[in-house]
Design a protein around this ligand. Structure first.
Ligand SMILES: O=C([O-])CC(=O)C(=O)O
Ligand SMILES: [Mg+2]
Length: 573
């Protein structure tokens, strides 16, 4: 794997990275990609003309990391920590990624869920420097020109949102920008995708959030959402413009779109572009992986489980379809698989012709010929699931009674409270472990602290798509995968489940620890690369013989580059 940037003799002996730039003087320090702060050597300070602009002392990157962490701990609120870290990202990118990579467990809850959710809600206040690209409905007909304004020419991955369903927090309009920014930080921290090749984008078509519309600090178009044909035209123009500007192989990740748009665009674009929807497919892969790993504890076959979903939106529908695929591989018929998957939405159990209505096409697949019930506690008692999955952002939906009942008809009940951020979780880790007396297999979308019950400490796993998109994306970029199929996500779910160790299972975790996420993402990328070449899905040739070596060698290094005199790239003085 790429070096973690420690300033050791061992690293010094490795290749020296060289910065080529025509910038000189203060501009070098103002460029976060080049800036090294106090780590510029005396020679470099003289060479680029910043001697005297930096205090006369020299620090290693290790020493800088120490200072960053001291600052980090000094702040009292997570929002302040978020602002500090984004500030660091704006000043010194290598240092930011070095700290994020090394301290992923500590910092991921800040740059990602849950704090990023709060940051989006307060984006007007948090806003310092713009990051990412804003394309509005008023730019219809000019999207390509806006993409051309982006300073980088080579872009490998775009995360795009229209802000309509930010985590479980609802419509945050243009303030949803925090999400693509956070997701792309993880592309780099978890999978080593060069930050220069990442582009966060907000499609701003307005917001229906009345509070934001009245908020003088709101950063987006202060108008109601444009929907219908004009909106679709903008998305269509955007997709075409991306390919025109950055090429056919640019990976476009849809993130936090509203339900019907998310499904529509996935169907429309999946066969045409290199694209996926993280909330449908990424979440599906991570949840299915958790379920597959849980089988190692329960000793059951997948198809022997009855699975109940609280929610019938992007996540639940995506998970259910991927589970069906996995059950099919196990030998179950479609009918048998469907009989194991039960769904509840805000109007109750999905039953055929239910009086409360509200059955969209996607939900229809999962309706049962069954009496109609609307109370989740009642439904749980009736259906007696082995696995219960919450993904509707209804905090507290898994009541004490539900958790108790799950523990009464299962030796090891599987309880996944996947809604984000933490405030939207269906139950807390503490509730799940204490009420089931430590017997449950628990995972949550946002992080929870370990819980000790009867002297045994349980480490809840984080069933978050962060385990999926960086690795899948890295493989897609490096192999030039044309279209990302459902099979890729099933292969990813299996690859992730296979990385779960016995010691993880023993500590109650159906995911590898977050501290290993960089290695996990690389391993997933290797598996997907093998899969892609085997199934003729990769456009980049020649096929690398040693995919492990190839993938890991391409990962971004957080080591500083050196500035050396370069008679070709330096202007005459
Ligand atoms: O961002 C996250 O933590 C997971 C996710 O995609 C969502 O909740 O929408
Ligand atoms: Mg999302």
């Amino acid at each position: 794997m790429a070096s973690n940037g420690k300033d050791t003799a061992e690293n010094a002996a490795k290749e020296v990275r060289i910065s080529h730039t025509r910038l000189r003087g203060i501009d070098v320090m103002r460029d976060p990609k080049l800036n090294k702060g106090l780590a510029f050597t005396l020679e470099e300070r003289q060479l680029v003309g910043i001697h005297g602009l930096v205090p006369p002392c020299f620090k290693t990157q290790d020493e800088q990391v120490y200072r960053v962490l001291q600052n980090f701990y000094h702040f009292e609120s997570d929002l302040d920590r978020y602002i500090y870290l984004i500030g660091l990202q704006d000043r010194n990118e290598k240092l930011f990624y070095r700290v994020l990579t090394e301290q992923i467990e500590l910092l991921m809850p800040i740059v990602y869920t849950p704090t990023v959710g709060l940051a989006c809600q307060k984006y007007g206040l948090v806003f310092r420097r713009p990051r990412g690209l804003y394309i509005t409905i008023n730019d219809l007909g000019h999207v390509y020109e806006i993409l051309c304004n982006w300073p980088e020419r080579k872009i490998s991955v775009i995360v795009v949102t229209d802000g309509e369903r930010i985590l479980g927090l609802g419509d945050l309009g243009a303030q949803g920008m925090g999400i693509p920014v956070g997701k792309l930080s993880l592309y780099t921290a978890c999978a080593g995708v060069d930050p220069q090749h990442c582009l966060p984008i907000v499609i701003d078509v307005g917001t229906d959030n009345e509070t934001l519309l009245k908020d003088p600090l709101y950063i987006g178009l202060p108008q109601k959402r444009t929907r219908g044909e004009k909106y679709d035209q903008l998305i269509e123009e955007f997709m075409q413009a991306v390919v025109k500007r950055f090429g056919q192989n640019t990976l476009i990740q849809f993130e936090d779109f509203g339900n019907s748009n998310a499904f529509r665009f996935l169907e429309k674009y999946r066969g045409q572009y290199c694209t996926f929807n993280d909330d449908i497919q990424g979440t599906a892969a991570v949840a299915v992986s958790g379920v597959l790993a849980s089988l190692k504890i329960t000793g059951k076959k997948l198809s022997e489980n009855t699975i109940l979903f609280q929610g019938a939106g992007e996540a639940s529908i995506g998970i259910a379809h991927l589970l069906m695929k996995a059950m099919k591989e196990e030998g179950s018929s479609e009918e048998e698989s469907l009989s194991k998957l039960w769904m509840v939405d805000s109007k109750g159990l999905l039953t055929q012709g239910r009086p409360s209505g509200g059955l969209t096409e996607h939900k229809m697949t999962f309706t049962k010929k069954y009496k109609h019930m609307s109370n989740l506690e009642e439904i749980v008692r009736e259906v007696k699931p082995n696995i219960i999955i919450g993904a509707a952002a209804v905090p507290g939906a898994f009541t004490e009674q539900i958790i108790k009942d799950m523990a009464s008809f299962n030796e090891r009940p599987v309880i996944f409270a996947l809604s984000n951020p933490t405030s939207k979780a269906e139950c807390t880790a503490e509730q799940a472990y204490t009420i089931t007396e430590g017997r449950c297999i628990f995972a949550s979308g946002s992080p929870f602290q370990p819980v000790t019950v009867n002297g045994k400490t349980h480490h809840p796993g984080q069933g978050n798509n962060a385990y999926i998109f960086p690795g899948v994306g890295l493989a897609a970029i490096l192999c030039g995968i044309r279209h990302i199929t459902e099979d890729v996500f099933l292969a990813t779910a299996k690859a992730l489940a296979n990385l779960v160790q016995q010691e993880d299972l023993d500590s109650g975790r159906v995911y590898p620890p977050l501290t290993k996420i960089r290695d996990v993402s690389a391993s997933i990328a290797v598996e997907i690369a093998k899969y892609a070449y085997k199934h003729n899905m990769a456009a980049h040739y020649p096929e690398p013989a040693d995919k492990d070596d190839f993938i890991r060698s391409q990962m971004y290094s957080t080591d500083y580059s050196s500035f050396v005199p370069d008679r070709w790239s330096w202007p005459k003085l």
